[in-house]
Structure formats: C-alpha cells, structure tokens
Design a protein around this ligand. Sequence first.
Ligand code: GLU
Length: 487
Amino acid sequence: MNRTRTRFAPSPTGYMHIGNLRTALFEYLIAKHDNGDFLLRIEDTDQAREVEGATDIIYDTLKSVGMNWDEGPDIGGDFGPYIQSERLPMYRGYADQLIELGKAHYCFCTEETLEQQRQEQGDSFVFKDPCKDLSKEEIQAKLDANTPYVIRQTIDHVGKQEYDDQVYGHIEVDGDLLDEQILIKSDGFPTYNFANVIDDHQMEISHVVRGNEYLSSTPKYNLLYDAYGWQRPTYVHVPPVMKDEHHKLSKRNGDASFQDLVAKGYLPEAIINYIALLGWSPDNDQEIFSLQELVKAFDVHRISKRPAIFDIDKLTWMNSEYIKAMDPEAFYEKVLPYLHKALTKDFDLHYIANLIQSRIDRFDQEEISEKIDFLDELPADYDLEMYRHKRQKSTKEKSVVSLKAAYEALAQLDDWNEKTLEDTMMALPAQLEVKNSVIFWPIRTALSGKRATPGGAIEIAYLLGKEESLRRIQVGIDRLEKDLATA
Ligand code: GLU
C-alpha cells in the first residue's frame, strides 16, 4: 500500500480562510492518523492574486495551531520545489507529452469564438474546441506566425466518467459535460487544473482532500492521470463551511478569517478543536479534543456530506472551556497586558487573574475591562435599586443596617487579608440575626456598584484595600440614607 501523504495547497491570498484551515486540518489528520506525511505546497501561479507577506501568514497560522508540515517551501523535502512558480519549466514538458499522446492540443481561439459558443449554448455552456481538428501544418503555420495560443485538454465527449469519493461516494459525470479546459495559459503558466495533477502525482500524494466545488472537475483530472498512466489518488471532497443555510463563509463578505478570530481573543487550539467538528464527528459525544487526540480519533468515513454551519457561540463556549483549563500561570501571563490596560491603580494582579479565569470567554479588552474596571473607579451614581433584591431578601433599609455594621467591624481590622475579612464578615449575620445574603449582597453592591462581579464581597474588599473599601461602604450608606429620606 502507498504511504499516506496529503498536502495543503493554499494560494497566497493574505489571510487564512476558516474553510481552508478546516481543509488543511483534515489533510493533516488523515496523514498523521496513518503516521504519514503532511506537505505544504504554495499555489502561486495566479500571479494577479498574489499578496505580499501572504506565505508567512500561511506558515504562522499552521505553526500557531501545531500543524507542522513534513515537507514544504521553507524546509524542503525530496519532492521540491514546493512553490508552484518555481516548478514552471516542468509543466510545459508534461503538456508537450500530452500533446504527443493526443490528450491535449494547441488552441488559437479568440475570445469571440468562445463568446459565440457561450451564446449558442446558453447556461449549460461546455466549450468544445474547434482547434483540436487543426492539421499539423495549420498548427505549425500559426505558431510560426506567433499567433497567441493556449494548450487545452482534449476530451472525447462520450460515455461517462466515474470515480469513488471517500465522502460523496460514487460520482458519475457525463463525458459530454466536460469542457476542454486550459492546461497552459497564453502567458505560459499552467492553470490550477493542470498543475494540481502534475504536482500531486510528482509529490506522491495518496489522498487529495479539497472542497466539494472540485467534485465535478475531478473526472477531467482523472483523464489526465489515465493519459500518463499514473495511479489516481484517493479523493476526499469536503463540504463547505457555511455562515448560514444559504451562504458560504467568505472572507470577501466580511466573515472572520483565522487571524480575525485570534485578534478577537480566541485561542488557536480552541479554533482548531472547533473547526474539526465542522463536518466531522467522533463516534462518541466527546467535544473537547487536543490536536493529538484528533489525530487518534480521526476517521475519514465520519466526514459528513452535509454543509457545516459556523456557529460563533459554540466556538465562544469552547474557547471559554480552553481558558478555564489553562495553567493559571500561563493564563496570568497572557491576561496581564489586558489587566494593565483595564486598570490604572495598583492591584494584586495575580489575584484578579485567578478571579476572572473562569469568567471570561475571550481575551478581549472590552470584555475584560468591563468585568474589572469597577476596581479602579466606583461607578458614579450606580442604581440604588440593586440594593433591593427579593431573592437575597435585601431591602434598602436592611442594606443601610448591614453596611453600617460592616463598616464598624471592618474599620477595626488592622490586618487586611482574605482570612481576617472572612472571619469579620462571617460574624456579622449572627450578630444581626439575619441570613448571610442580607449582609453580603449589600456589601458587594457598595464595593462594586455592579450587579455582577468576578468574586464576592470578601474578594473585592481584599483587592480594594481597607481605605477604599470603607470609603465605598460609606458612599453606599450616604446615598441610601439620602434616598430613603426623600422617598
Ligand atoms: N490552491 C487551491 C485552492 O486554494 C487548492 C485546491 C486543492 O487543494 O487542490 O483552492
């Protein structure tokens, strides 16, 4: 049996589309599941689309998710070069060989000839090339006269072309529907349609994995493999990644690329985990997978034909699970710049990091600032209605009593730490003969001015320190008393 070898063959467009990354991931998993090779090939023959620095984005993306390649432009390998533009001279030789075999021909047709056929045939346009009937002499005369030309695949429009796809099953295409596609363009460059066959054969690719938009072109590629007498690869066509039922996810329409998601605070490993489940599922209900676990579990036969819908909420949930599972020190290192931006005063940042690790979905400045900026500055004029809480059995009147008792007790504390704060605060409910919540709810409210906070009264008091905690409790008392007096 052939060694399993797959390749990721992106065009350098300047960003990593989520659908492309998902294809790359499936290629990687197929290869690694079999202890095979995963190759990187840059398809840059469409020079018009070239974007500066685009290859680095491809390298950086794959590296950041741990999808290391075994052969590629930067590290070489036995089947290089791995950049198509560096392979140019070779394609022409293969095209000439096809002409010899009668499976390709020169085409001198002008745009007008094509347009005429397009008009005659309407929507189901399949180009049938009159040039394939030119005699040797006619061809030579045109070449001698420097008439511009392309080289096209010669197709007998008879019978059916068939193959088996690992995902879509048996595929049959009517020979009559196969157009005589261009193999070598007038600028001498190969088309994707030609280069992919030559390269995949030369690089000994066993499994060609790509989007299902190639399902109907594959019979033409197969005819090329057959013409050279080469073994056809195994095909794994994958369904598209959709934004919703009707629209493909598309960077051009403003949908997020991998880079955009990282910039929005998603972790590369969470993104990879999530996209593995776009169109693939394990045979149990496990959802959280490391790359190594995916390699182990991956099975081509469990790739679905159904288009997968990209659900940002699901990704966000998964990201929060990854954040929770981070080593606390690694989390601290990563969140530190966000904490510095969110806070101007001096705080125990390790302590804050611990408090928020299980409470953020993303590494996003806005989200993080929103959670902790009350520490810097008590929100002015926060809503006093917060002190009234049915479930916490709290009223404004009771809150004043609780806050006064808390102020008195805390003012006597010299040693301000979590333990002393807890002892002091926990003594208050018994002293006032009320439930815990009647004390803790108003204190937390006075200290934060917020409905929801990371951590409770004790943690916040610890972070704020004695002076600021007492000041905020006093603000609460004053505001409540004023409010009750005017009610
Ligand atoms: N360069 C092609 C693309 O980006 C690759 C398709 C393939 O994997 O063969 O669509």
